[in-house]
Design a protein around this ligand. Structure first.
Ligand SMILES: *Cc1c(COP(=O)(O)O)cnc(C)c1O
Length: 371
């Protein structure tokens, strides 16, 4: 599915030197690399404030904490997403309210979002799933019209852009009041352990987020807010600084691989390639196809691929509204049919920047022969 050793081999000497230098400096918490990385990432994304934190789940929690919403406020979340998106709301006593997704792009359906907004809604928490932007223009408009916040979970789409109807180019994660990301090792920009960050254009919010991520303090031992201990390690920041300049080339490689898959699946009788929103670029955190919605078909494809040495994975097999942890919300099977169908049918193919054209051609050939 992913080959981190191959990805790191060409930059190994630089990573080694960075490790040594960081150990030498011995400023393991809030060392200079943390701020340097934040400003370099901000430059790359075109956002003035980047606040590093300990992981992508904390980033979501901090984003919601910065909104200062009272317990019980409803947060609209996609029915089809990684559990962290829901968790962040639930642990704060906010109510994750699932909204069904678009069957082609797998992202929030703006019409369903509009229908789910109530006087109790405090925020729309959009996810740019698998590397493609949700409909940022429609979601931002809805948020403005209803006076609710837009928060972007951008753990999977770092570097993706969305072009609006007036031709403005927006960076994923930089459009809402707050955006978040993750540097979990398998993400498009992955560290060597956990890491995360928040993005905002608002100076006051940036300051509040910085405090929230550091025990709510403005200066040492003076606490304005109830915060978290959620910092990015100096070591992670230093190593991420080595990887960041390679991200555009790695993204281009993912897009080249996706184009190869697209061409092979064009007109495939049994497999549906991921749908594209022409307004968004896609950075292909995953390349996720839909198998026929018949019992056992996905598992049959997965076994068939496995037998020919091709790994694959299911993101995500059980929608959050049917997870035991969220049973207290009282949702039923059948309430979010698109999310439920995707959970039954999706399969993600191997995707990482070091896959060669020959390797992808082999996978394509095997896929084409599947009926
Ligand atoms: C990975 C991921 C997260 C959580 O990030 P961690 O760094 O693992 O906490 C949140 N949301 C989505 C959509 C993710 O893919």
């Amino acid at each position: 599915m992913l080959d981190l050793q191959a990805q790191h081999a060409p930059i190994q000497p630089e990573l080694d030197a960075t490790l040594r230098a960081t150990f030498q400096e011995a400023a393991f918490i809030q060392g200079s690399a943390v701020q340097q990385f934040a400003s370099e990432l901000g430059q790359y994304l075109g956002v003035p404030h980047v606040i590093p934190c300990a992981n992508g789940t904390d980033a979501l929690q901090l984003a919601l904490m910065s909104l200062g919403l009272p317990a019980g406020t409803e947060i609209l979340v996609p029915a089809f997403t990684y559990v962290a998106t829901w968790e962040a709301a639930a642990v704060l006593g906010l109510v994750p309210v699932p909204v069904d997704v678009d069957p082609a792009t797998y992202n929030l359906d703006p019409a369903a979002v509009a229908a789910a907004i109530t006087p109790c809604t405090g925020a729309i928490l959009a996810v740019h799933l698998f590397g493609q932007c949700a409909d940022l223009e429609a979601l931002r408009l809805l948020a403005e019209q209803h006076g609710v916040a837009l928060v972007e979970d951008n753990a999977q789409a770092i570097g993706a852009t969305f072009t609006t109807s007036t031709g403005q180019v927006w960076g994923a994660g930089t459009v809402g009041e707050v955006g978040t990301t993750s540097f979990f090792p398998s993400k498009n920009l992955g560290g060597f352990g956990d890491g995360g960050a928040l993005f905002t254009r608002d100076e006051a919010r940036a300051q509040r987020l910085r405090q929230l991520a550091n025990h709510g303090q403005s200066r040492k031992y003076y606490h304005e807010h109830i915060g978290l201990n959620s910092r990015l390690d100096t070591l992670q920041a230093a190593l991420l600084r080595v990887k960041l300049p390679h991200l555009p080339a790695w993204t281009a490689a993912r897009q080249r691989i996706a184009a190869q898959y697209d061409a092979a699946l064009l007109g495939h009788s049994r497999l549906r390639p991921p749908g594209r929103d022409p307004r968004s670029t896609h950075v292909f955190h995953q390349y996720t196809v839909q198998t026929p919605d018949e019992p056992g078909q996905r598992e049959r494809l997965q076994q068939y691929l496995g037998a020919q040495g091709i790994p694959s994975a299911v993101y995500y097999p059980l929608p959050n509204h049917l997870q035991p942890a969220y049973a207290y919300l009282g949702h039923q099977q059948g309430q979010f049919p698109v999310a439920e169908r995707l959970a039954r049918t999706v399969l993600s193919l191997p995707m990482h920047p070091m896959l060669t054209t020959e390797q992808v051609a082999y996978i394509c050939q095997v896929l084409q022969a599947w009926e």
